[in-house]
Design a protein around this ligand. Sequence first.
Ligand SMILES: [Zn+2]
Length: 127
Amino acid sequence: MASRLFLRTCSLTLRARQNISMKVQPRVFASGRGIPTDDEQAAGLERRILQALKKGQDPYSIFKPKLYAGTKEDPHIVPGISNKRLVGCLCEEDNTAIVWFWLHEGNPQRCPSCGSHYKLIHHKLPH
Ligand SMILES: [Zn+2]
């Protein structure tokens, strides 16, 4: 399931980026009914994921995260299920130490070391 979902996600992302709509060839055998597609035979969690992907949602954070500038106007978005979350900031690319701090819901907060801004956004679990 994971590999099929990954391939579907990659193809949807590539199509969305290239703004190409591909026509799906019907799968027809001699019986006339054909082979069911992934959408038709998916059940349970896989079905919910496929439906969410069609709506452009990312319930399990499988898409590449958006890059943020880390400024006050464009803070790093940190999803959380409670009103605070422990965040680790690798302030510079070559640092070997991580600066850990608690991020609280509300206004963006700054990393105590480098000053990058982070903002906690409440994230509802998909299940
Ligand atoms: Zn930092």
